[in-house]
Design a protein around this ligand. Sequence first.
Ligand code: DI6
Ligand code: FE
Length: 405
Amino acid sequence: MMAPRWDLLLTHANLAGVAGDAPFGSIEDGAVACADGRIAWVGAMCDLPPGAEAMRIEDLGGALLTPGLVDCHTHLVFGGHRANEFDMRLNGASYEDVARAGGGIVSSVRATRAASEDELFAQSLPRARALLADGVTTLEIKSGYGLDLETERRMLRVARRIGESLGITVRTSFLGLHALPPEYRERRDDYVALVCDTMLPALAAEGLVDAVDAFCEKIAFTPAETRRLFERATRLGLPVKLHAEQLSDQGGAALVAAFDGLSADHLEHLGEAGIAAMAKAGTVAVLLPGAFYALRETQLPPVAALRGHGVPIAIATDCNPGTSPLLSLRLAANMACTLFRLTPEEALRGVTAHAARALGLHDRGTLAVGQRADLVAWNAQQPAELCYWIGGPLVRQAWIGARPL
Ligand code: DI6
Ligand code: FE
């Protein structure tokens, strides 16, 4: 049999994230070979096919090599910032005080509506770059700071431009039901109708929407309003996901699971019924420790119960200007371990394979033949180091489709 000819061969690496049952999916002194942007071979150095050749061979000298990280929940496109609210809250202002002072989501809505597409792109691209600098190779970006058709469109166009500009996969989520815009304060039914019957169909027809999300919460939208949106999304052939049980149990997790939703996100107040529904539907639990930390929340998500029901757990930054101005997925993983008691192995899977699954992507997130060759070599040797080191320049080299990033 002819010896294989690959495009790239990475040798002498400590592999983690390999499909299979080994702890961390580890293979010590392993190798990964790539061809046509995909993984063509993965295994121990001693098992390399004899005579194997590659256009580029890189000896990683024992460095850790993992799948590229997937940040499956961000709001990183927005105008302005809300550092002033951070200062107000540290000086004792309540959320109501902040809202009365014109803060909160509507503050970001004003700034986003006032920004041009180029201005939004220029303000948002550095945030995406920061996430890539810490190992992310696939991003999800939501709308939700426009709350009118033109600005929601502009946000989603900027999200697409970020993917094109950086050469990475960006999956977009339409989040028109994020907050009630000021001009609809007395007409919420009209706003929900605008989102479901005008905005979503239009933006979906323009190819700007990969999934549909909503904020199901007392301070946001009801389960009935969310269901109406999900029914429209389903008619349009779009998958759904949901900000659920962040501040109270509204039955959001069970609702998104009833639509075979990709994920339920936040989940601090998730109960048994929601967990069972998610387990049955295969809906991923996306934990967002950055918001838990920034809000100084005390209600922990039910990690043990999620584990017990076999619900896949993912971790994301929830990068947003209000409750989670977090620009490192590795730091989110560290918080998930320290605050939520995930194990480092769960955290690695939570920012790779499970995060990819929360976006409906099955072509990435593990080191397996046929997967995209989105890879990261780290200035580290052991997989637990990724959530152990708090900050720091841990990325040695990233590849997107086997091409250096
Ligand atoms: N939950 C949150 O924590 C953020 N959105 C959501 O649905 C808040 C976003 C913001 O404060 O700008
Ligand atoms: Fe969010």
